[in-house]
Design a protein around this ligand. Structure first.
Ligand SMILES: Nc1ncnc2c1ncn2[C@@H]1O[C@H](COP(=O)(O)OP(=O)(O)OP(=O)(O)O)[C@@H](O)[C@H]1O
Ligand SMILES: [Zn+2]
Length: 480
């Protein structure tokens, strides 16, 4: 099977036809506040797609912009007596911290609008020259994209002309058509206060929102590129407009596959700043850990909505722990077998096949429009298998194969990234043996003494029916 995903443009699931290098652009945040878990979902979904493509052997070039010129940033800057740049820089930094906790791989390029103004101006000029846009005003002018000049407008969102006409984006009587949208905005008083103005052939002003994504995507990826991602709220008008602009610039269909994630909701409503129902990424991470949040975000299919609640987080946390326990059990078994040199070769071929089977099923589920809930169900089956395997198999090779396979597929979901392996304890074999003997003789004082001795060195002994096992301080506390 090959990777199939739902393409918003064709409105159907398609096999992704990709070359060795896959070019991805994902719309980034508007940096005016701490990010919420809706933003985290978009980031984690496309990071998981990126990781899966890498797992399939592709080279991925990944671009995610930062919108650092925007009404909301300017408003906050003015109210705090700061510049737009100060506000944006601060929240970009906070976003990157959140992303690191979520194991989101940094983009290859993280372009900002303010650092690409000449490219944006050049693009707006070209769109005017090609007859798709016009200027209005005297000194500081606005530039509008003339929607009727692009006959395919509406095809991405699937909206009819009637519906489109109802969407009055910016009520400006100078617009030739109600659907026309701004490529360049003449400077307003607030923009000047927030130092959010740039010189241009149209006087002082700033770019509209949509043009940045046409310019930044194609600057780093060329046109056409493979995959464009973002939340489904961006389909209209943002991506509809982006497609129109890019088409006007390059005369090609700019994107091969448009992919959109559904929302994180809270009590069924979209999580959004403007609705005032947001939960910050860092608050959830502080309580549950980054990987648990990541697990939660992948527990629903990316095209279904995902309702946030404490209960749902508790559930995610338990499920995550049970996967982690399996990984640790397996690791503890391997390190104990190596330490005691008590392995055998009496299990292998059959198990190797069963382990491979889990990976095949994992791939089938990922190929099926990135069906991560199904993947997690398979991983839970795999973890049950592992917990049983350690009780009956003493072959290091087989157990290592299980460990590597489990770790590899979990890694595609971005889980157990920071996992540290349980060490061999050859230097303590005699002590551990002595403790086992002491326990047999019911000399619990000595047994406890030895346990405490190792505890001081960060090693926690665990008694199992198969003998003594251990975790280190780090794995003991949980390193997710
Ligand atoms: N509740 C949500 N669930 C899933 N994705 C979301 C959610 N809110 C925003 N996104 C996505 O996160 C990315 C960054 O979005 P952006 O900064 O434009 O957010 P926003 O829509 O302004 O957020 P808000 O509505 O909270 O102000 C976009 O791809 C957007 O679609
Ligand atoms: Zn965008």
């Amino acid at each position: 099977m090959a990777l199939r995903m739902y393409n918003t443009f064709t409105k159907q699931e398609e096999e992704l036809k990709l070359s060795d290098t896959v070019k991805i652009y994902v719309c980034g945040i508007t940096a005016y506040d701490y990010s919420h878990i809706g933003h985290a979902r978009s980031a984690v979904v496309f990071d998981t797609l990126r990781r899966y493509l890498m797992y399939l052997g592709k080279r991925v070039v990944y671009v995610q912009n930062f919108t650092d010129v925007d009404d909301k940033i300017i408003r906050r800057a003015v109210s705090e007596g700061k510049t737009q740049k100060e506000i944006a820089e601060r929240f970009i930094e906070e976003y990157l911290k959140d992303m690191a906790e979520l194991n989101v791989i940094p983009a290859d390029y993280h372009p900002k609008v303010t650092e690409n103004i000449p490219d944006i101006i050049a693009a707006v000029k070209k769109i005017i020259e090609k007859g798709y846009a016009y200027e209005v005003g005297d000194n500081n002018k606005d530039v509008y994209f003339h929607v009727p000049s692009f006959s395919e407008y509406g095809k991405l969102s699937g909206m009819s002309l009637e519906e489109l006409n109802k969407h009055r984006i910016e009520p400006d009587p100078r617009k030739k058509d109600v659907k026309d949208f701004a490529l360049w905005k003449a400077a307003k008083e607030e923009d000047i206060k927030a130092e959010s103005v740039f010189d241009s052939p149209w006087g002082k002003g700033r770019p509209g929102w949509h043009i940045e994504c046409s310019v930044l995507a194609t600057k780093f990826l060329g046109a056409p590129f493979d995959i464009h991602g973002g939340g489904k709220d961006l389909i209209f008008p943002h991506h509809e407009n982006e497609r129109a602009q890019s088409y006007a610039l390059f005369d090609v269909e700019p994107v091969r596959y448009w992919i959109h994630n559904d929302f994180v909701t809270i009590n069924g409503e979209k999580m959004s700043k403007s609705l005032g129902n947001i939960i910050k990424i860092r608050d959830v991470i502080e309580k549950y850990g980054g990987e648990v949040l990541r697990y939660f975000l992948l527990s629903a299919h990316y095209r279904s909505s995902l309702d946030y609640s404490e209960k749902a987080m508790e559930r995610a946390s338990k499920s995550y722990e049970s996967l982690k326990n399996a990984l640790e059990n397996l690791d503890m078994e391997i390190s104990a077998l190596k330490t005691f040199e008590s392995y055998s070769k009496n299990c292998g071929a059959e198990e190797e096949k069963e382990i491979r089977e889990f990976e095949i099923r994992f791939r089938e589920a990922m190929d099926d429009d990135l069906n991560t809930p199904k993947v997690l169900a398979i991983l839970h089956e795999f973890s049950t298998y592992i917990n049983n395997l350690v009780t009956r198999c003493q072959s290091i090779d087989t157990l290592e194969t299980a460990f590597e396979t489990f770790k590899r597929v979990c890694g595609v979901l971005g889980l157990f990234e920071k996992y540290e392996r349980v060490p061999e304890l050859k230097e303590f074999v005699d002590l551990i043996r002595e403790r086992e003997q002491a326990r047999k003789e019911k000399n619990f004082r000595r047994a406890d003494e030895i346990r405490d001795l190792l505890k001081e060195r960060g090693i926690h002994l665990i008694d199992t029916p198969r003998g003594t096992r251990w975790k280190t301080d780090r794995s003991y506390r949980g390193n997710g």
